[in-house]
Design a protein around this ligand. Structure first.
Ligand code: HXC
Length: 525
């Protein structure tokens, strides 16, 4: 009898504890309360937990540190109960692949970052680095928590430090889904890919209020740092979406192309031939100066004609992104003849260089498609540092030790020829199409300079000029001089391009390239 009573009492005790646990969990899960959640939804934004659930596989999210609380006491903070301290952290899977994830909860003190909040983030970042799995951070925050003073700044510093340690070790993805003000923008800036959503994402160091006070200028948050500004003008963000759900689909797609960490390769996909609608021979126009869309060429050689473009809206004179060849992920860098004839300039050099370094860090072979008249001339470019920025692409290609395969489609002039992964920067294979033009500059410019006096002194300068242009074209504006010198490995028929690429990738699969030991290089940042 005594024994039976003990069991009943114990069971009741257990029931109370479990009830208490559920109550605590429920009140933590409500974040900043019903009113704040309604305000979040009214702004067209999802809640932090719903965002995590929408990105991850169904029921895969496991949350940690739900009961963490801040210890701040100043400016009324002692009376503020901030559930989870305004950030949700945990692990889950995307298409079965593990990830670490955090989402700032704007309903709790505007998602502002205090010390406890930062410690939750740095803890999940440490997991991510130790476990060798990607990190996804969803940012929706008013920045450093003003009431916590230097402790908030310390928190940001600890995050930036880990972003840097993790760089090149695990893929880091930032999603900006709300304001991302002050210190909050620098963690995304240190990560590999930044996703933004129209009308929802706003990134800036100093907001409109400060700009008005200091500079007397009025500007809306949208015009200062909205999704369009960040993807089209500044280049701070890589992916633009019209809705949060569209953004999450983009993230899932990206995850399929990249490996878990720098010791692995991206997972192979079933091989599918390119779509017959993309006929490589029909895409290149017969006239050498007529533009075409380089993305059509990419689709004509890619598995299933699939191309996942990155930074589509920024520096569109160069195209970068992932595709698959024979089931394996490859990184593509191609000049875009449709925009500024595909020249290299300050922004396109920056864009390509960062992508090349990502691919090299994460074992993704690089394919470079060349068709450009060179670097963009002009005072504006010179004053904006085209020398310094242009050097980044030279550095990134020379530094990369993954398989590097280059196809010269049409024009490859001057510095542009060297910069676009020429043999001289370590390309493993360089192929050229029969109508490729490889020279120091275009025939017109070249003839005008080297035959200047001959043209001027002739009886018919225009006829002489035309003859000299023709002479130069026949001598240098073709792939055979480069092929005769071994700078080009093979001149190929455009229809053979995919076959040559797949073969080159297959035989380069074991590639190992050793360089002199050093702590690290000093790239022209
Ligand atoms: C503490 C903050 C906060 C912050 C917002 N809140 N930002 N609390 N510290 N940084 C709180 C608000 O007091 C409010 O609390 C709630 O979050 C919602 O904010 P609202 O202003 O009502 O929302 P909204 O109108 O949507 O405006 C959002 C906002 C605005 C644009 C982000 O709050 C804002 O401008 N905040 C300050 C942004 C900023 O300047 N941050 C820089 C910090 S300095 P209640 O209790 O009323 O709901 C910094 C330096 C680090 O980050 C540098 C490292 C390199």
């Amino acid at each position: 009898m005594k024994f039976f009573t003990l069991i009943v009492v114990n069971k009741m005790w257990l029931k109370d504890k479990i009830l208490e646990f559920f109550n605590k969990k429920e009140s933590a899960a409500i974040g900043g309360g019903q009113k704040a959640v309604e305000k979040q939804l009214a702004m067209g934004k999802m809640t932090a937990r719903d965002r995590i659930k929408a990105i991850l596989d169904t029921d895969s999210f496991h949350e940690y540190d739900m009961f963490v609380r801040h210890e701040a006491r100043d400016f009324g903070m002692d009376k503020k109960e901030l559930p989870g301290d305004g950030v949700i952290t945990g692990t889950g899977t995307i298409s079965g692949h593990p990830v670490c994830i955090f989402a700032q909860d704007f309903t709790v003190a505007g998602g502002s970052l205090g010390l406890a909040h930062a410690r939750k983030i740095t803890k999940i970042m440490d997991h991510s680095i130790k476990l060798g799995i990607p990190l996804i951070g969803i940012n929706d925050s008013g920045g450093a928590r003003i009431q916590e003073g230097v402790n908030s700044l310390a928190g940001y510093g600890e995050i930036f430090y880990r972003n840097t340690v993790a760089s090149g070790v695990i893929p880091q993805i930032s999603v900006v889904l709300g304001p991302c003000a002050g210190g909050a923008v620098y963690s995304p800036a240190l990560t590999d890919f930044v996703f933004v959503v129209d009308k929802i994402s706003k990134m800036f160091i100093t907001g409109p209020e400060v700009i008005k006070t200091v500079l007397g200028e009025e500007i809306s948050m949208e015009d200062l740092g909205g999704a369009k500004v960040q993807t089209e003008i500044s280049g701070n963000a890589h992916f633009f979406a019209n809705s949060e759900l569209e953004c999450f689909e983009q993230i899932k797609k990206l995850m399929g192309y990249i490996p878990w960490n720098n010791t692995k390769k991206a997972e192979p996909f079933p091989v599918k031939p390119p779509n017959a609608a993309y006929n490589i021979e029909a895409i290149i126009p017969p006239e050498p100066s007529k533009p075409y869309d380089i993305r059509d060429i990419i689709k004509s050689i890619s598995d299933d004609s699939d191309f996942f473009e990155i930074q589509e809206r920024f520096a569109a004179n160069i195209v970068i992104g992932f595709t698959r060849m024979n089931g394996e992920t490859v990184g593509i860098v191609g000049n875009q003849p449709l925009v500024l004839a595909g020249v290299l300039d300050v922004d396109s050099s920056d864009k390509a260089a960062r992508f090349i370094r990502f691919c090299d860090a994460f074992n993704i072979p690089l394919i470079t498609l060349v068709d450009l008249p060179g670097y963009l001339p002009g005072v504006d470019q010179e004053h904006n540092g085209v020398i310094r920025h242009g050097a980044k692409i030279l550095y990134a290609y020379s530094e990369a030790t993954v398989p590097k395969i280059t196809i010269i489609l049409r024009k490859a002039y001057g510095g542009g020829y060297i910069a676009m992964c020429s043999r001289h920067l370590g390309a493993d294979f360089v192929f050229a199409w029969p109508f490729a033009e490889i020279a120091v500059m275009g025939p017109e410019g070249a003839a005008n300079i080297i035959f200047k006096s001959e043209i001027a002194n002739s009886t018919d300068p225009e006829a002489t000029r035309k003859k000299k242009v023709q002479e130069y074209t026949e001598k240098f504006a073709n792939p055979y001089v480069a092929a005769a010198n071994g700078h080009v490995d093979a001149v190929i028929n455009p229809a053979e391009t995919r076959g040559y690429l797949i073969h080159a990738l297959q035989i380069a699969v074991q590639k190992k390239e050793f360089r002199p030991a050093k702590k690290h290089g000093v790239p022209p940042f």
